[in-house]
Design a protein around this ligand. Structure first.
Ligand code: AHG
Ligand code: MN
Ligand code: MN
Length: 335
């Protein structure tokens, strides 16, 4: 007998009961993200066809060149979430400030805020390599009925109620958690439906892949340099294989399936690393932990950091638990 494959829509409805006191708002929010993912997927897929390649000629708050698809993905996600009146606030890599959302009849009644990296790995678009979207969801901490404040966004990762990513790869997948494990859904582009293809995803305890931009080696802290040498040493199951796409989502996705570690350390060039705590590291950390992995800044748990800024950067070590622990032990020698 053929097994019936569950769609993401069915999965969301079935699992709504997992949330105590839930009014269905979070389910509606995940549904809105599912819709936005399909819209952005469509844009990413035709990137080579139409004139949306290349820089938009603008820079974002962090002085980075914005790609046209960065802007487009940002617009699509914000528009979809706004139109559905499902969140009270959004923060995005591409927006200097958070956006407060209100409508006549809702009067700030929604209780969730979303933080997004609308297009991750955007420098890969021009060369047809996988990119992604990352999202993180919190319950607001300020009173319902009032506009959101920065406080609602500056919450430690352990308070996330859901997080996930979309990977626009050889196939498009949506992978997310609501704190009950990690599930991955693959898009059937012919009918625009996501199917549960990767139930209960788990990082292997250890692995053989290390992912780091080794071009920056000279600038890395000694602990990271030592760990890289350890990965390359011929001993036991080593040397490991080096794999670095330069798109956090794709690198972590591969390592979650195959076993591995992703590292973006601090360096003598940038003292806090490159990746952003709130919409890159925290959501990936929540997913990693829910999949039996670990996420650290080299010394401690990412999700326990108390954020002070919307676009705060942090060093990031994420992957198979044994490998992250090993890297942390090298870091500790020079702490
Ligand atoms: P974004 O495209 O959202 O700015 O993120 C890019 C990030 C991350 O996805 C990737 O792992 C990292 O930057 C790559 O940085 P390097 O080119 O410095 O290795
Ligand atoms: Mn990114
Ligand atoms: Mn981005």
């Amino acid at each position: 007998m053929q097994r019936k494959t569950k769609t993401l829509g069915e999965f969301i409805i079935e699992n709504q009961a997992e949330f105590k006191y839930s009014s269905g708002e979070l389910s509606k929010l995940i549904n809105a993200i599912r819709l936005a993912a399909k819209v952005v997927n469509h844009e990413v897929n035709k990137a080579g066809l139409v004139d949306i390649l290349g820089a938009a000629g603008d820079t974002n708050v962090q002085g980075e060149n914005q790609q046209k698809l960065d802007v487009l993905a940002n617009e699509k996600f914000i528009q979809t979430l706004k139109n559905r009146e499902i969140v009270c606030g959004i923060a995005s890599e591409e927006e200097d400030d958070f956006i407060s959302i209100n409508s006549q009849d809702k009067q700030h009644q929604n209780k969730y805020v979303v933080l997004i990296d609308p297009l991750d790995g955007s420098s890969n678009i021009d060369v047809n390599v996988s990119v992604g979207t990352i999202f993180s969801i919190y319950r607001r901490v300020t009173d319902i009925g009032s506009p959101v404040t920065l406080e609602d966004f500056l919450q430690p990762g352990i308070r996330q109620v859901a997080a996930g990513y979309i990977i626009y790869g050889t196939s498009t997948m949506l992978v997310y958690t609501t704190g009950h494990g990690v599930n991955g859904f693959t898009l059937n582009p012919a009918i625009g439906t996501f199917y549960l293809s990767h139930p209960d995803m788990k990082f292997p305890e250890t692995g053989k892949i290390y992912s780091i931009n080794e071009g920056n080696y000279i600038h890395f802290p000694q602990g990271v340099k030592d760990y890289i040498k350890y990965c390359q040493m011929e001993e036991g199951d080593r040397p490991y294989t080096s794999r670095y796409i330069g798109s956090l989502v794709s690198d972590v996705h591969r390592n979650m399936i195959k076993g591995g570690i992703y590292i973006y350390p601090k360096s003598s060039l940038n003292s806090d690393g490159k990746l952003r705590l709130l919409y890159e590291c925290n959501p990936m950390a929540f997913l990693a932990e829910q999949a039996g992995g670990k996420a650290s800044d080299g010394y401690g748990r990412i999700m326990e950091i108390h954020p002070t800024e919307l676009h705060q950067r942090v060093p990031f070590f994420c992957g198979s638990p044994k490998m992250v622990e090993q890297a942390e032990s090298f870091m500790a020698k020079y702490a």
